[in-house]
Design a protein around this ligand. Structure first.
Ligand code: CA
Length: 241
C-alpha cells in the first residue's frame, strides 16, 4: 500500500525536524525542502499528496511557491505564517492556499488540519469514482467535466465557456468542481464548506454565498436568473448539468 506523502517546506531546521518526526510517527511518508526553489523541484519529483509550506523562505518565498504549485498541480497546500500581515495576504490575495496556521501552533492542531484536508481530497476522489459520470481523463491528471457551453478541466485547472478560458480564484474553481461533480443534488452550505474549504472555516456559510455569487457572474448568461447554479431554498445550492 502506498503511504500518503507529505512535503514539508521550512527553513528553520529545528521546526522542520519536529514536524518531520511528528508526521512520520503518524505513518506519513515525509519529504522535505528548506527553500523555495528546492520546494518546487521536490514537489515536481516526489508528487506529494499535501504540502505544508512556510511563508518566509530564502530565495523564492512561500507565496510564490504556492502560486506556482497551484498552476501545476491539484493538492492541498497548508501555509505556516509568522505574522498577521501574512495571513491577510493568504486570505486577501488568494495565493491559492487551502489553509494556514499562525506560528506558534500546536502539533495537535496541525495534525488535525492535515487529516481534514487529506480526507476532503479522498472523499472527492471517491465521489468521482462512484458517480459513473461520463468524464474523460485530462492529460495532466484529474477529470474533464463538459456541460454544453461549460467545460471544467481539473488537470489544467481551467474553466471554459463557449471555448473561452475564464479567470478564476482557486476556491471558486474548487467550489464549481464540487458542485458539478454532484450535479442534480442539493448541497447544504455546511457540507460545501466542509468539502471545499476543508474545515469549519471562520467565514461560515456567508463565504459560500459570496463565492456562489462570483461564480454566477462568471458562468451564467444572466447571473440574476441562473440556469447552472440554482438556489435550493432552506438547503443550499444545486448544479444543473
Ligand atoms: Ca521561515
Amino acid at each position: 500500500m502506498n503511504k500518503t506523502r507529505l512535503l514539508i517546506v521550512e527553513d528553520e531546521q529545528t521546526l522542520l525536524e519536529t514536524l518531520t518526526y511528528n508526521l512520520e510517527r503518524q505513518g506519513y511518508d515525509v519529504v522535505t525542502a528548506s527553500d523555495g526553489v528546492q520546494a518546487l523541484s521536490t514537489a515536481r519529483g516526489e508528487k506529494p499528496d499535501l504540502v505544508i509550506l512556510d511563508v518566509m523562505l530564502p530565495g523564492l518565498d512561500g507565496f510564490e511557491v504556492c502560486r506556482i504549485l497551484r498552476q501545476e498541480m491539484s493538492l492541498p497546500i497548508l501555509m505556516l505564517t509568522a505574522k498577521d500581515e501574512e495571513v491577510d495576504k493568504i486570505v486577501g490575495l488568494e495565493v491559492g492556499a487551502d489553509d494556514y496556521l499562525t506560528k506558534p501552533f500546536s502539533m495537535r492542531e496541525l495534525l488535525a488540519r492535515v487529516k481534514a484536508h487529506l480526507r476532503r481530497v479522498r472523499l472527492l476522489r471517491e465521489e468521482i469514482e462512484s458517480s459513473g459520470q461520463a468524464v474523460q481523463g485530462s492529460p495532466n491528471g484529474g477529470v474533464v467535466l463538459a456541460f454544453d457551453e461549460l467545460v471544467i478541466d481539473e488537470g489544467r485547472r481551467e474553466i471554459r465557456r463557449d471555448g473561452e478560458v475564464l479567470a478564476f480564484k482557486p476556491k471558486e474553481f474548487e467550489l464549481l468542481l464540487f458542485l458539478a461533480r454532484n450535479r442534480g443534488i442539493a448541497l447544504g452550505r455546511s457540507l460545501i464548506l466542509e468539502r471545499v474549504w476543508g474545515w469549519d472555516f471562520d467565514g461560515g456559510s456567508r463565504t459560500v454565498d459570496v463565492h456562489i455569487r462570483w461564480l454566477r457572474e462568471k458562468i451564467e448568461v444572466d447571473p440574476a436568473q441562473p440556469t447552472r447554479i440554482l438556489t435550493v431554498r432552506g438547503i443550499g445550492y444545486r448544479f444543473d448539468g
